[in-house]
Design a protein around this ligand. Structure first.
Ligand SMILES: *Cc1c(COP(=O)(O)O)cnc(C)c1O
Length: 441
């Protein structure tokens, strides 16, 4: 991109584009020169000056097989040659029908066999909540109208999804606007709930294995299975938010598989299309689905949907992404990469002892806490934005990523090489040394 053109893009952006989760006063400051990302190939992104970076957070946790993957790109092109989008209200389309069947096939036979399409993680959760509420109304248990959600959970930003969120900075100001979530810290809190409280629950919503926006926090092993049993015994729906964990990130296609758990509903989005298109799905069981069946005048219809539900290009991309999983044996290829990631994280911890606190890994996802003093556990003042400063410093070493507060995130596309995993973690090591102000001894 020519410097003149880049300057124009930045001028237009600063004048009109309101960015998500961004303090725009800082963004628009004269001294802030945003990177313009102009291209992507495999695990790499290119900026307007032609510099290349590893995509260390998979473009906000969406990309799976790399940018520009030819199989996915071609599938989109082929569908584009037919039609980009047709309404799912009243019509079928081939990619959506095939994708629904394939998604159902990814879970044990006769479990999550019904698929409702929407656009992103938030709408997939929103859809699950409304589906659960209406399900209990239709099954003669309208008193089941609350949801339990976990402290520090993140389920998206639409009103319903946000009211389940448990991160104070994001969710406090909207609390109570839509529904009261019954907030629990973990299994112990849930098990301690009074019976009349439990009797009012429609569902428990959980990010299985690892809570992303909470700062890559891990659940204890076995927790998900315990939760499954708890829900089954009490007739509460288990709603798994696999928006971040879905499609291989944790080493299996879905995080729930690690504990042999099948939820009553699951929401998928981010990686569904390999990171190419906004598309989401809410999956559920035949039991839930059948409660909505009846004659039109019975008013059992699920009155929910979006203009772009079942988007043909998105579904074509998702089908192609699943095809790539099979063809490239992505999950098999991932195993040694997870080991390399573990080894590199261990090394980073050794080399940056002073500034690295807790380090967590779940499959191919890692969270690294940067602290002021690891010996005493003293944290940085959040206003220092140390996590962000480390990530900005990492750019010079060829890595783009974005922290969750002071937790550095390593979430590379699954198509990486061992060399690229090393590069990513080592770039963070160098950046920690620079940004935290010392060599870390
Ligand atoms: C990102 C995310 C969401 C929200 O998805 P959007 O596509 O951003 O609306 C919901 N749940 C989890 C676990 C997420 O990581």
């Amino acid at each position: 991109m020519t410097p003149e053109r880049a300057a124009e893009v930045i001028r237009l952006d600063k004048a009109h584009h309101w960015h998500p989760f961004t303090q725009m006063q800082e963004w628009n400051a004269v001294e802030h020169e945003p990177l313009i990302l102009t291209g992507g190939e495999g695990a790499w992104l290119t900026d307007h000056r032609g510099r290349r970076y590893l995509d260390g957070n998979s473009s906000i946790w969406t990309n799976i097989h790399g940018h520009g993957h030819p199989v996915i790109a071609e599938a989109i092109r082929e569908q584009l040659g037919k039609v980009a989008h047709v309404s799912a209200l009243g019509f079928a389309n081939e990619p959506a029908a095939r994708l629904a069947a394939e998604l159902a096939g990814l879970w044990p036979e006769g479990t999550l066999s019904r698929v409702f399409f929407s656009d992103d993680g938030s709408t997939a959760i929103e859809c699950a909540l409304k589906m659960a509420l209406q399900y209990f109304q239709l099954s003669g248990r309208p008193e089941r109208r609350r949801f339990a959600a976990f402290e520090m959970a993140y389920h998206g930003d639409t009103m319903g999804a946000a009211s389940l969120g448990g991160i104070p900075a994001y969710h406090e100001r909207f609390r109570g606007h839509v529904m009261e979530a019954c907030r629990v810290g973990g299994m112990e809190d849930l098990e301690a709930l009074a019976e009349e409280e439990v009797a009012r629950l429609a569902g428990v919503v959980i990010e299985p294995l690892i809570m992303g926006a909470a700062g890559m926090r891990l659940w204890p092993a076995g927790m998900l299975r315990r939760l499954r049993e708890w829900c089954t015994v009490r007739g509460v729906l288990l709603i798994a938010d696999e928006v971040m964990t879905g499609f291989g990130r944790t080493g299996k296609l879905f995080a729930c598989e690690h504990e042999g758990v099948v939820p009553d509903m699951v929401a998928v989005a981010k990686g569904l299309t390999g990171g190419f298109m906004p598309l989401a799905a809410t999956m559920t069981t035949e039991t839930v689905f059948e409660a909505f069946l009846g004659r039109v005048e019975e008013m059992k219809t699920f009155f929910y949907g979006h203009s772009y539900s079942g988007h043909a290009l998105g579904c074509a991309a998702a089908l192609a992404s699943l095809e790539v999983f099979r063809r490239e044996r992505t999950l098999e290829r991932l195993r040694p990469l997870m080991a390399v990631l573990g080894r590199e994280l261990g090394r980073l911890r050794e080399e940056q002892r002073r500034y690295v606190g807790d380090v967590r890994q779940c499959g191919f996802i890692a969270g690294i806490d940067v602290v002021r003093d690891a010996a005493t556990g003293e944290r940085w003042d959040w206003r220092e934005q140390m996590g962000m400063r480390v990530c900005v410093a990492a750019r010079k070493h060829g890595l783009l990523t974005r922290p969750v507060r002071d937790t550095l995130v390593v979430m590379l596309p699954l198509c990486c090489t061992e060399r690229e995993v090393e590069l990513a973690v080592r770039a963070l090591g160098l950046a920690i040394g620079e940004a935290c102000g010392g060599a870390g001894v």
